[in-house]
Design a binder for this molecule. Sequence first.
Ligand code: GTP
Length: 529
Amino acid sequence: MVLNELGARINTALQALSREAVIDERAVDALLREICGALLESDVNVRLVHTLRQNVKKRVDLDELAASSNKRKVVQSAVFDELCRLVDPGVQPWKPQRGKQNVVMFVGLQGSGKTTSCTKLAAYYKRKGLKVGLVCADTFRAGAFDQLKQNASRAHIPYYGSYTEPDPVRIAVDGVAQFRASKFDLIIVDTSGRHKQEAELFAEMEQIAAAIKPHNTIFVMDGTIGQAADAQARAFKQSADIGSIIITKMDGHAKGGGAISAVAATGSPIEFIGTGEHIHDLDAFSARSFVSKMLGLGDIGGLVETVKDMQLEKNEDMMKNLAKGVFTLKDMRDQLQSILKMGPLSKIMGMVPGMSPEMMQGFDADESTRRLRSYMCVFDSMTEAELNSDGKPFENESRLRRVARGSGVRPVEIQALLHQHRQFGQLVKKMGGPKGMLGKMNPAMMQQMAKNPAAAANPANMLKQMGGMGGMQKMIQQMGGMSGVQNMMKQMMGGGGGGGGMQEMMAQMMGGGGGGMQNMMAQMMGGRR
Ligand SMILES: Nc1nc2c(ncn2[C@@H]2O[C@H](COP(=O)(O)OP(=O)(O)OP(=O)(O)O)[C@@H](O)[C@H]2O)c(=O)[nH]1
């Protein structure tokens, strides 16, 4: 059972409870039977499942609950909290401190995704502005250094390793010393793995740890290993001072239960989960977000974090342009580039509340990403004047053909891109200018919104910015009513590649009460789509 299925099954059980006429012991037992069965099938350790059942039953004392209380809500929130507790040992994961030279050591079995995760973590902190270096102290697997070198080079991250030095302790010490001397903020040391928990592996791990004294040791575990996770996590915990865990391969057919069991076995928090082979496929982990996403309730925290990472406030030119009601091709290129930097669109879409996997049907994230990449080639083939324009130069067919030749993209696709740009440009024009909603906001206010999308998504703030309820209604009118908003969003997401699933998602976002609208606005303010 993959994680989505587990979430769907728990969700169905919770919904069935909502349909019960009376919430009595029988109804709660039926709910728990279904949830516990689903968890066991997902490889969650049997002890943990038992504890969850006991805890929910303890919290929901039907006799004690006042007749007036909403028993359904009490049961549902107890289940949600206990599911969170399964993946949350109640300890905050270690975070690198700014102004300090932080050393992190990675441990885990061979093939768990250690080397890949080292680079992902390096890229994650590089995006946050830290100076990060990678050390390859894996002398066991031939080719390990080449792999790290290749990954690091692609992400433009400095690395250290050796083809000739056989002693991993020596390499780790030298690599850390070199990056320390160059004042790196975060030094990540990759160590060897073995096929199974072996004495040599643990001895080597202990020697390296003693020599480099890491501030944190991250245990990397393959999320697909199922029941074996418990024993593996315990073995590592005995030999290494595990500070946090990264669970990899949570994208594919991971049952997820192994991951959950590992938390309990080590008492250490999950810091990240790996969700693909791409360098950006690393999601900061929060128990509530994880459970919320698993149950199809979205991950607004993750979305806010992702928007923040895009550092939209740095794009001052675009902010000024938007306020004036101007949207150039260059503005569009910069925004699409920011989206591409965040990794696959499916990841971002998955964070939108209300986006269930069924809704993603018909939305081909890979295809959309491919299309965005081809658009980048188109922008690269334009002259500076063309980029700074509103697209008019391309009314001249020969210019269009030249860009098509230069980029290898068919003229018809370029026309589709220009069409999307024009549509959004028209919207910006309506909303900008001294009278428009964007024009009324001063640049400092817009920058603030880009810096802090969470505050921007706050209903009170948002409504105030938009001039109260009246202002909001006027703005929707300006955008051509709700269907206009939906159309525009659909266009921006990929030239109509979405199909019915996409439309449904838009309807969900729009129909999500104030929340849906605010989220969309927060994203648009950041030029998200
Ligand atoms: N789908 C998916 N694949 C992953 C993920 N993380 C790593 N992989 C893949 O898993 C395989 C093993 O990853 P490595 O990083 O080489 O594993 P390792 O633990 O460093 O292995 P050793 O260096 O031999 O100890 C590679 O093909 C990775 O691309 C993930 O989150 N999702």
